[in-house]
Design a protein around this ligand. Structure first.
Ligand SMILES: Nc1ncnc2c1ncn2[C@@H]1O[C@H](COP(=O)(O)OP(=O)(O)OP(=O)(O)O)[C@@H](O)[C@H]1O
Length: 250
């Protein structure tokens, strides 16, 4: 469903993504983990057409995403990092707008919006401006907008950040049903437990490179995902120094 081959991105002298290759099969729930600054957002931005790669290819459903971006975008729903939404619209208006942009007729938009609003538990918020939403509610409306055109692939950059546990469980449920129906999810997250619970495959990215990828069991290699992650990311750092922090200001 998604084939990433030899992706490279440099910012000045810094290689943020260093020949990343990943294969995500259709119907997979794929988690990407990595320390801060590992290159996860940069990789996902190149997958979704938001950032041009210096080298490498991205194929979505056998479409070269950079040679035929329109076709690739039709197949993809995206929740980018640091998302800027048209937040002077209400949640309902934003959903309609997203549906229209995707070429859906108004009846389909109405029907799907109603389903999404119910599924995401946004009934009470739908007539309020998105600018007034909490961070978690903003994630939910953005995810609903990403799903309205029924894409084959969902690419979600930290979808659970700021989302409360009940909503996260609800959101996981929605995504699991989407995958059970043949959809494919690729998400990045710092939530190891969550990835272990919901994903069937994963990749650990450190320093712009894939250090492990495959089924969850292959990546864990007999450990917990968190232990394997910490090991590959260079181990835990002993918190030394900063004795001044115990001197307290008063
Ligand atoms: N627009 C940019 N200009 C310059 N450097 C950038 C830019 N975007 C990302 N970088 C750098 O590229 C590297 C990878 O960043 P990226 O945002 O992809 O990491 P990440 O794995 O998503 O991190 P986090 O878990 O903290 O979100 C970092 O060193 C970052 O400073």
């Amino acid at each position: 469903m998604l084939a990433i081959d030899g992706l490279v991105k440099q910012f000045g002298g810094n290689t943020a993504v260093d020949h990343i290759s990943l294969d995500v099969r259709a119907g997979s729930f794929f988690g990407i983990v990595g320390p801060n600054g590992a290159g996860k957002t940069t990789t996902l931005s190149m997958v979704t057409g938001l950032l041009r790669p210096d080298a490498g290819t991205v194929r979505i459903n056998d479409i070269d995403a950079w040679a035929d971006p329109r076709a690739a975008k039709r197949a993809t729903g995206v929740l980018p990092d640091r998302l800027r939404l048209f937040d002077r619209l209400t949640g309902g208006q934003l959903l309609s707008y997203s549906g229209s942009l995707r070429g859906l007729d108004s009846r389909t938009v109405r029907e799907r919006s109603a389903d999404l609003i119910a599924a995401f538990g946004l009934d009470d918020a739908i007539d309020r401006l998105v600018a007034d939403y909490s961070a978690g509610m903003t994630k939910k409306i953005a995810l609903a907008c990403a799903m309205i055109h029924a894409p084959r692939l969902l690419v979600l950059d930290e979808p659970f950040e700021s989302v409360d546990p009940v909503s996260a469980a609800n959101l996981t449920d929605i995504l699991e049903r989407y995958v059970a129906g043949g959809g494919t999810v690729v998400l990045s997250s710092h939530g190891m437990d969550l990835i272990e619970r919901v994903c069937d495959s994963a990749a650990i990215i450190v320093g712009g490179r894939v250090l492990a990828s495959g089924t969850l069991d292959e990546v864990r290699a007999g450990e917990t995902l968190e232990d394997r992650f910490v090991e590959l990311a260079g181990g835990r750092q002993a918190a030394e120094g900063m004795e001044w922090l115990h001197s307290f200001s008063d």
